[in-house]
Each structure stands twice: as structure tokens, then as C-alpha cells.
Design a protein around this ligand. Structure first.
Ligand code: NAP
Length: 528
């Protein structure tokens, strides 16, 4: 059985950088990847309109100045194919592929207490041993099982946005899209342009801000790159991991006119800039409602049919409490003659028939059904693999009442195992590239420390983990993130415990805490 210092699961942005750092430490490593290529989420999510809603110059690695200077982004927000090209460029540039095993899914991993290492099994029988196991499996990598009544009766094509075929042409077809989160909102305008007719099945309307995407001018890119050190520092010292200006003013201190001016300015800047308009948007219900109502007014001004506009206006959850969407022509798409909207709250799906879908009120013929129904987020990929720690205890059993991980990085009872962007870390509330780099660098620092100090077993302390879980919960309780049935809370997956999973106090606070833990000799870990 091949033995490595480190087995890394997943060759997305987290796994690739972890491999690079581990190599720099002189450790042997293999990355085990289910897909046939690198890129993780950007490998799988190939639906039309898939692009990153964090700006390209920000959603990229900062660890190599040569890399960040040489790579040219074509647009303010990069498309999936462009990000995948970037991931492949990184893999080539740092010669990562020779240590990545593609087309191999990890099935289980068990900690061997006698030898203090991990035995990792792949589907199909491959066996690996490693001193350390790093889970770089992503926060949004396991599609949620479709929970639609009698879906099996439908004989047309069914696609999930996170498992998209290479070629898909909707010309002349009747298409249905279920789901109006980020994936639905990005794909709907492009599917509508091709389809004969598109029916959007909406259970909950979302807040979406225009991206105002466009080509990145060479001069602007040059100017930004010249300031890269400053911009990256700003990102690491921010709440969100982005270098956008996060306003520190309370909306409640301004006049109506001043608020309106700021909202309009942020709306025209586009994307997440809007969410950063005021410091209290995610903590004060009054402030939040002002931001929400501004978006509703924009929807009403865009969508010509007043009834459709009203259905598209989110009214039952706080602005930003479900992840904000960023779009190109989403609301405008509902002005097309070939697009209709079904409000599933008023007219739920009854069942599927061979050539369509029946809601309580009508039968809609469909050739293709697109599921933009989301993911078993944050814990899905970790629970899918049978991970067993001390005493053969399964991680998914330990997490039955909700995930607990010290710093969102390591779990008590699971020595020498680390999670990149695990539950309890900023992860999905952050620009995930910043979150990934911070985790990889911190874990690498710990591995270097362990080697220098002849430590062979690293394990999170159970009390430190409890304290951390409390701290994460208290941080979230101060915010309006609790005011929505979101995937942040596991509310989208039936039976999943309702626990707020990401760390809400921000990237900079989190980074400081992790640095303090390291400075105190990895306080909260047992090192032996
Ligand atoms: P999502 O945000 O979870 O949205 C899923 C949608 O499907 C929701 O509208 C949900 O309605 C609906 N849905 C789920 N099950 C349903 C059912 N049985 N019947 C009717 N409707 C159902 O998933 P997503 O759009 O794939 O996005 C997930 C996350 O991935 C995003 O929030 C974001 O973090 C990330 N993402 C990022 C980008 C990017 O540009 N960076 C792009 C795409 C995705 P309810 O709200 O009522 O549950």
C-alpha cells in the first residue's frame, strides 16, 4: 500500500494549493480527485452562465506574485471556462498533476491508533496510507438529492447545474428550471435565449444584484495588479475577504436622501458591493429592510408585468440572509414572451408525467428539466466519505446534531485530520480563495511546527472545540443570517440539523484568532 506523509482529498483550489505547500515542506503527498481534471467546483458546474460572482482579480491565488501578475483575466467576473483554464494553468505551472490521482473517489478513511496514521480507501479498491489527511472536498460539492414528487415518471432529460454535460443545446425545446438560487439565476437568462419556452419554478424569490459584467480593460488590470499587495492585504483584513470598500457607516445615521444615494451608487457598482453598503445591513432589521426594499423597487421597475414582479420580490427573509445572488439580465428575462414564472408556494408541484410536470393548477409540457436545487452544503462531502476516528467513531455520527470542528479546521477524536474551509470557519461567507489560502498556510505552518518539534499526533481538544462551537453560534446569533431557511443553516436538506455552519465574525477576526492560536504553541490542540 503506498504511504505518504499527506493524503489530500480533492483537486479544487484548496487541494491544489495544499499540495504545493506540502511539497515545499519536503513532505510526500498525493491528491485523490474524483473528476478527470482539476478545478473542483469549476470542473463540475458547467451550466450556461456559470461564472464567479466575486471579481476575477480578487477570486484568484495570491501566493505567487509571478502567477498573479502573468495571468490575464478577460472580464470583471470570469466565466466558468476561464476559471477552469486558470486552474489548469496553475496545475501546469506548479507541476501539480504528477501527484494527483484523477478519476478516483475516496470512499472511506480510518485512523489507525496504533500507527497514528490514516488508511484511505478509494471506490474500486485503491488503498493509501498517510500520516496526515487533508479534506479539501469543498463546501458546495455534493448536489442535494432531488426531492420532487414522482420525478421518476418524467421521460425527458434531467440535468443538474452541478453535473452538466459538455454539450447542451436548448433550441426548440420546452425547458423547466426548478430553483432560483445563484445557479438558477445565472443560467435562466441564457437558457431563455435558446429555449422555445422556459418555465421557471420558484419556491423562494431571492435578492439579486446586477453584476454589470464586462471586459476588464488592460489598463485597469495593470493598475490593479500594480497595487496587488495592498489589495490582498485589504482582503485579508476585511469582513468578507474581498477588497471592495466595506462601509463602516450605520444606515440609520443617514437621511433618506443620503441612503438612497449610497444604495444607488452601490447598485451601479454591482455585485457584493451592495451588501457592503452599510455596517449594519446584516445586524439591524430596520437597516436590512431598507436595503431589501430598495432591491424590490428595482425589481418592480424592471419587470413589466406587475404580478410577475411582485412574485419575484423576496418578502419573507432578510436581505443577504440567504446568499446574495449576482446576475446578468435575470429580472429582465421575465419580460420575454417565451418565459413564464410559476410560484410554487401558490401552485405547488403535484407530480411529473412522462412529458411534463403537473402543478396543482396546470400541466406544463417539458422536454428538459434543469435542477438548480442546490447542495448538501458544508458537511455533505465530509459526511459522504466514511471517516472514522478514534475508537472507530464515524464523523457523520459525531456530527449528527450539527458539525463541530475546532477553528473549523480539526475535529476532536479525529487526529491528524484537517479540513480546508470546514464548518466553523469563514468559508462560504468569505471570498473562498482568501479563506482557502489562509487555511492552507495555517495547516502548513502546523505541519512544519510538528516536524520541528517531533510531534506525531495533532488533535483538537474537545473543550476547545466546544468553546469554538459556542463562539461560532454566538457570532451568528448577532446577525440576520438566522432569519432565513438557508443552506448556511442546513435548512435546505430535509432532516439536517439546523445549525449555522460558517463563521460569521469575519475573515480578519478569524485570521487573527488562528494566528494567536499558533503563536501560543497551537493552543487548543493536543500535540504528542
Ligand atoms: P441554492 O442557493 O441552494 O438554491 C437552490 C434553489 O432550489 C432554491 O431556490 C430552492 O428553493 C430551490 N429548491 C430546492 N429544492 C427544491 C424543491 N424540492 N422544490 C422547489 N424548489 C427547490 O443552490 P445554488 O443556486 O446551486 O447555489 C448554491 C450556492 O453555490 C450559492 O449560494 C453560492 O454560494 C454558490 N454558487 C456560487 C456561484 C458564483 O457565482 N460564485 C454560482 C452558483 C452557485 P428554496 O430557497 O425555497 O429552498
Amino acid at each position: 500500500m503506498p504511504k505518504f506523509d499527506v493524503v489530500i482529498v480533492g483537486a479544487g483550489f484548496a487541494g491544489m494549493y495544499m499540495l504545493h505547500r506540502v511539497r515545499q515542506l519536503g513532505l510526500s503527498a498525493v491528491v485523490i480527485e474524483k473528476g478527470s481534471g482539476v478545478g473542483g467546483t469549476w470542473f463540475w458546474n458547467r451550466y450556461p452562465g456559470a461564472r464567479c460572482d466575486v471579481e476575477s482579480l480578487s477570486y484568484s491565488y495570491s501566493f505567487s506574485n509571478e502567477l498573479q501578475q502573468e495571468w490575464e483575466w478577460s472580464h470583471r467576473y470570469a466565466t466558468q471556462p476561464e476559471i477552469l483554464r486558470y486552474a489548469n494553468h496553475v496545475a501546469d505551472r506548479f507541476d501539480l498533476r504528477r501527484d494527483i490521482l484523477f478519476n478516483t473517489a475516496v470512499k472511506s478513511a480510518a485512523f489507525d491508533e496504533k500507527n497514528s496514521d490514516w488508511e484511505v480507501k478509494a471506490e474500486g479498491g485503491g488503498l493509501f496510507r498517510a500520516h496526515y489527511l487533508v479534506m479539501a472536498t469543498g463546501c458546495l460539492s455534493v448536489p442535494k438529492a432531488p426531492d420532487l414528487p414522482h420525478l421518476g415518471e418524467f421521460k425527458g432529460r434531467i440535468l443538474h447545474t452541478a453535473d452538466w454535460p459538455d454539450e447542451m443545446d436548448f433550441t426548440g425545446l420546452n425547458v423547466g428550471v426548478v430553483g432560483t438560487g445563484s445557479s438558477g439565476i445565472q443560467s435562466i437568462p441564457l437558457i431563455a435565449r435558446q429555449a422555445k419556452h422556459l418555465t421557471v419554478f420558484q419556491r423562494t424569490p431571492n435578492y439579486s444584484i446586477p453584476a454589470w459584467n464586462g471586459p476588464l480593460k488592460a489598463e485597469e488590470q495593470r493598475e490593479m495588479k500594480a497595487r496587488y499587495n495592498e489589495l490582498r492585504d485589504k482582503s485579508r483584513n476585511s469582513l468578507s475577504g474581498d477588497y471592495a470598500d466595506e462601509c463602516v457607516v450605520s444606515i440609520l445615521d443617514l437621511t433618506d436622501e443620503q441612503r438612497e444615494t449610497e444604495f444607488e451608487k452601490r447598485w451601479l457598482e454591482g455585485g457584493f458591493n451592495y451588501q457592503y453598503a452599510f455596517i449594519d445591513l446584516m445586524t439591524s432589521e430596520e437597516a436590512n429592510e431598507l436595503a431589501a426594499e430598495f432591491v424590490r423597487r428595482k425589481i418592480r421597475a424592471t419587470v413589466r408585468d406587475a404580478k410577475t414582479a411582485e412574485l419575484l420580490c423576496p418578502k419573507n427573509h432578510a436581505f443577504g440572509a440567504k446568499r446574495l445572488c449576482v446576475d446578468t439580465d435575470y429580472y429582465e428575462t421575465f419580460n420575454r414572451d417565451n418565459v413564464s414564472l410559476i410560484d410554487l408556494k401558490a401552485d405547488p408541484i403535484h407530480d411529473f408525467v412522462s412529458d411534463g410536470i403537473r402543478t396543482v393548477r396546470k400541466c406544463i409540457p417539458l422536454d428538459v428539466l434543469v435542477l438548480a436545487t442546490g447542495f448538501d452544503a458544508m458537511t455533505g462531502a465530509l459526511s459522504k466519505i466514511d471517516i472514522r476516528g478514534r475508537g472507530g467513531v464515524a464523523l457523520k455520527d459525531r456530527w449528527r446534531d450539527g458539525p463541530k470542528a475546532y477553528l473549523g479546521l480539526a475535529a476532536a477524536g479525529f487526529p491528524n485530520l484537517f479540513m480546508i474551509t470546514g464548518p466553523g470557519s469563514p468559508s462560504v461567507l468569505a471570498n473562498v480563495l482568501v479563506a482557502i489560502e489562509q487555511h492552507v498556510e495555517w495547516i502548513s505552518g502546523l505541519l512544519a511546527f510538528a516536524r520541528k518539534n517531533k510531534v506525531t499526533v495533532i488533535e483538537a481538544d474537545a473543550d476547545a472545540q466546544e468553546d469554538w462551537a459556542r463562539h461560532v453560534t454566538e457570532g451568528a446569533a448577532k446577525t440576520l443570517y438566522m432569519k432565513a431557511n438557508s443552506w448556511y443553516l442546513g435548512a435546505n436538506v430535509p432532516g439536517k440539523p439546523r445549525v449555522f455552519m460558517p463563521y460569521a465574525d469575519g475573515v480578519s477576526t478569524y485570521g487573527r484568532i488562528c494566528s494567536d492560536v499558533a503563536a501560543k504553541g497551537y493552543d487548543g490542540f493536543h500535540l504528542s
